[in-house]
Design a protein around this ligand. Structure first.
Ligand SMILES: Cc1cc2nc3c(=O)[nH]c(=O)nc-3n(C[C@H](O)[C@H](O)[C@H](O)COP(=O)(O)OP(=O)(O)OC[C@H]3O[C@@H](n4cnc5c(N)ncnc54)[C@H](O)[C@@H]3O)c2cc1C
Length: 498
């Protein structure tokens, strides 16, 4: 395959690569360019690299957020050709090769020669975005901390209510919507929390009577793992005390419960205060911008169709990787993003060295796994189905390898020992802000930007204040001088004592 021409290298101009996102695609793409003769700017809307697969452990008090979200600036501190820019990308101009990002009203425009877009995906409520208020998803550190506050908070409210003789069943019922790996892991952990960790901590409630319900419209749990592993996972969940409801579509969510519709038309309601949404993803809206400028179609989940080499039609300098792409039915998993980003970095490097392209991107499936509870997991590796303790040990080893940074690995291992060998949870701290900040911020027109001054506004206001104040002081001084001259201020000379 012929090499695509890269922007010329001149002594003044080093090839500029902009990477959007600091997730699996963004971080691994940036790192893969460390030896290339380029300058990389990673633009991301958070200051950390998030290890999403362990978010549920932050939500259920096993790990701290720091262990799964190291600062990208620190991770890349020794990579001399990389810099990190905080900002949410709001525009990509493919014609002018410019990326526009914003943070708290401050706008930055970054030019590029090559672009890697790895902005991931968000939660999808299948057109019912109002569900989000009562059933948070699990995509970010904010989400996980909010859920932690809601889960532990529900037990606290139940304790208060029970002490007054009230019915607290709705507070001790937890519903997880979506029986994919995230939903299964979340339901398993809430069950362990209620039935094991918290059982001695309360006086008016019996946490072991809490109901944990996993709901999905599909006919089995963990559909991508196949029927056998799905059935095994369901049995393990039921042994833990999780109620599994399949073939049920969630049709409404409100403050006090959810409503489900079954295939036979039956409608049922579950009274529950704590709902967790782990169903459905929607690719990042930047996909739409790219689609509008290139004509590349979007699928129903907003994923953009890319060429076999992960570039956009008519734009060989733009690569899109990870959860944002639609190509050969590739799944939305970390390895697709990591391998895609490394491939894009290699292609950019090849072009700069006038080497031929490596050909189309090929994904190597290393397998999938989901943890159900301590010592219980399921794994599908090639044709092999592995369950039980062996799958759990594989899960442990793999996650230790992929957690970024030695420090985080050691502390995560300690916290796992506390939770899996003991019955404690090291990270049970919750605050009111964690639980309510998301809804409060969403009520502000411009979000957090409403809480700070616009760029330059503070300095301008201060300058105006100072000018006005100075004019006032000068006028006051003049008036004092006039009154003194007129003999209306001060002590007349003749009356001075001593
Ligand atoms: C709860 C959960 C559990 C998961 N479990 C597993 C698992 O066990 N195994 C597995 O393989 N996969 C798992 N996944 C999927 C896996 O995490 C994703 O496939 C992977 O993160 C995709 O990588 P990405 O780089 O495409 O996107 P992400 O890792 O999501 O990164 C996107 C990045 O873009 C940034 N960003 C978004 N919009 C903008 C913008 N406008 N401007 C600037 N920056 C922006 C984000 O802040 C983030 O840094 C899980 C996902 C979730 C949510």
């Amino acid at each position: 395959m012929a090499a695509t021409e890269a922007a010329p290298q001149t002594p003044q101009h080093r090839h500029q690569v902009v990477v959007i996102g600091s997730g699996f695609g963004g971080l691994f793409g940036t790192k893969a360019l460390r030896r290339s003769d380029v300058e990389v700017t990673m633009v991301a809307k958070t200051t950390h690299h998030l290890f999403q697969p362990l978010l549920y452990q932050v939500a259920t008090g096993i790990l701290s957020q720091g262990e799964i979200a190291p600062p990208t600036r620190e991770v890349l501190s020794s990579q001399k050709n990389a810099r990190v820019l905080l900002g949410e990308v709001t525009g990509i101009d493919l014609e002018q090769r410019l990326v526009t990002s914003q943070v708290l009203g401050r706008q930055t425009v970054t030019p590029y020669d090559s672009l890697i877009v790895a902005a991931g995906a968000g939660q999808s409520y299948f057109g019912n975005d109002h569900f989000a208020e009562f059933a948070p998803g699990m995509k970010s550190i904010d989400d996980a901390l909010e859920l932690r506050g809601r889960i532990f908070g529900a037990f606290e409210m139940a304790e208060l209510g029970a002490a007054r003789g009230e019915n607290v069943d709705h507070l001790l019922t937890f519903v997880v919507v979506g029986a994919g790996p995230t939903g299964v892991e979340m339901a398993g952990q809430i069950a362990e929390l209620a039935h094991r960790t918290l059982r001695k901590d309360f006086r008016s409630i019996n946490t072991r009577s809490a109901r944990v319900i996993l709901v999905d419209a599909a006919p089995q749990v963990l559909p991508p793992f196949g029927a056998k592993l799905g059935a095994k996972a369901q049995t393990e969940l039921e042994k833990l005390g999780v109620e599994v409801i399949l073939g049920a579509m969630v049709t409404d969510v409100d403050e006090r419960g959810i409503e489900m519709k079954f295939k036979d038309g039956r409608i049922e309601r579950i009274d529950t205060v704590t709902k967790i949404w782990a169903a459905g993803v929607q690719a990042n809206p930047l996909g739409r911008t790219l689609s509008e400028q290139t004509g590349a179609p979007l699928d129903r989940a907003g994923r953009i169709s890319v060429n076999p080499d992960l570039t956009l039609p008519g734009h060989p300098e733009v690569f899109v990787v990870g959860d944002m792409i639609s190509l050969d039915h590739l799944p939305g998993v970390a390895q697709v993003a990591i391998q895609g980003a490394k491939y894009a970095a290699k292609e950019i490097d090849n072009r700069l060295k006038s080497k031929a392209s490596a050909g189309p991107f090929h994904y190597f499936d290393k397998g999938s796994m989901a943890i159900i509870s301590r010592f219980r997991a399921v794994a599908l590796i090639g044709k092999f189905r592995i369950t039980g303790v062996l799958a759990w040990l594989m899960w442990l080893a793999l996650h230790l390898i992929y957690i970024t940074g030695f420090k985080s690995r050691v502390t995560a291992l300690l916290h796992w020992a506390v939770s899996f060998i003991g019955r404690g949870r090291s990270e049970r701290t919750t605050t009111e802000q964690q639980i309510f900040a998301r809804s409060a911020l969403s009520r502000l027109k411009r979000g957090a930007a409403d809480l700070v001054s616009d760029p330059g506004a503070y300095d301008a206001a201060r300058q105006l204040l100072e000018t006005t104040r100075r004019a006032e002081l000068e006028a006051q001084a003049l008036e004092e001088a006039r009154l003194t001259d007129a003999g209306q201020r001060g002590v007349p000379v003749g009356e001075r004592v001593g």
